[in-house]
Design a protein around this ligand. Structure first.
Ligand code: AMP
Length: 216
């Protein structure tokens, strides 16, 4: 099964993908994490992608698709995978079709004001990637991960101005994918009635959507 989680930055894609990954026993592939790993490694490619990611802009389609292809050629992806943050443009969706057949696309719809509030308070564990919120999902100890004891940090692109740019990029470049996948009968819309609903309840709803027969 190849699942795509579609939605603006801050929609909760990372949180839901990591839970779905455990429940479905499929690797969770976040292209944002792959980009950050590349930057951390200090490779030539890392320096190139950093210029885009620091500004909240998309890495060129061909470059990000190569990074993704390298990851999904790993044997752990043979039984399928969950994509978080890819594709982000129609061109990327087309390039993905050359190498993988998407089973379903979950479109997570969240109002802008919730996104800005979520991202500007987001805390991430440097060690295990667990996600917290400085207002609504606080760790038990200040800036320390409940799960692994690792240090928490704020992403540099979770700054209000960069968040606004990322939302604009989403609307212009990524939102057209909603129609792209709708036309192919792969889209499942998920709109949380309560944006602060616990992730386990949201994931239950997403699992129900995945099991529904495709709309044709
Ligand atoms: P994310 O963690 O998904 O918000 O991604 C962080 C940054 O990595 C983005 O702002 C982009 O610069 C880059 N990035 C991640 N995924 C993609 C993608 N599919 N296409 C282009 N750039 C991406």
């Amino acid at each position: 099964m190849i699942l795509v989680l579609l939605g603006p930055p801050g929609a909760g894609k990372g949180t839901y993908a990591s839970r779905l990954s455990q429940l479905l026993n499929l690797p969770h592939i976040s292209t944002g994490d792959l980009v950050r790993d590349e930057i951390k490694a200090g490779s030539g490619l890392g320096m190139k992608v950093k210029e885009y990611s620091d500004k909240g802009l998309l890495v060129p389609d061909e470059v990000i698709t190569e990074i993704l292809k390298r990851r999904i050629s790993n044997p752990d992806c043979n039984g399928g995978f969950i994509l978080d943050g890819f594709p982000r443009t129609v061109r990327q969706a087309e390039l993905l079709e050359d190498v993988a057949h998407v089973t379903a696309v979950i479109n997570i719809d969240v109002p802008d004001e919730v996104i800005v509030e979520r991202l500007s308070n987001r805390l991430i564990c440097r060690n295990c990637g667990a996600i917290y919120n400085a207002k609504y999902l606080k760790p038990k100890r200040d800036m320390i991960c409940d799960k692994c004891g690792g240090p928490l940090y704020r992403r540099s692109d979770d700054d209000p101005e960069v968040i606004r740019r990322r939302l604009e990029v989403y609307r212009n470049e990524t939102a057209p994918l909603i129609y792209y996948y709708e036309e192919r009968g792969l889209l499942k819309n998920f709109r949380s009635k309560d944006p602060r609903a616990p992730p386990e309840l949201v994931v239950e709803e997403i699992l129900k959507l995945i099991k529904e027969p495709p709309e044709r």
